[in-house]
Ligand binder design. Structure first.
Ligand SMILES: [Zn+2]
Length: 82
């Protein structure tokens, strides 16, 4: 039986609220000081420019530290692969 995972050799985890340079080009995916790209924009970049497919969407937690306390907040994550 064929699944969407067949033939996938390489995966990338994308996180909402976290910016990263694209692994394949100089495009900055995700938010930084000048770009407000959300998780959907990150996914779209890999799908449209590098032929990835969306394999998984879920949630994780990120930890913030304000100098005194650690707080956790949920973030959306997505796994793309090809
Ligand atoms: Zn790229």
């Amino acid at each position: 039986m064929k699944t969407i995972y067949d033939g996938v050799r390489h995966t990338i985890e994308l996180r909402s609220g976290t910016g990263k340079k694209c692994q394949h080009c100089d495009f900055w995916v995700g938010p930084d000081q000048t770009h407000a790209a959300d998780l959907g924009d990150q996914i779209n970049h890999y799908i449209e420019y590098h032929d990835y497919k969306l394999l998984h969407v879920g949630t994780d937690t990120d930890t913030d530290y304000d100098g005194q306390n650690y707080t956790k907040h949920p973030v959306a994550i997505a796994i793309v692969g090809k």
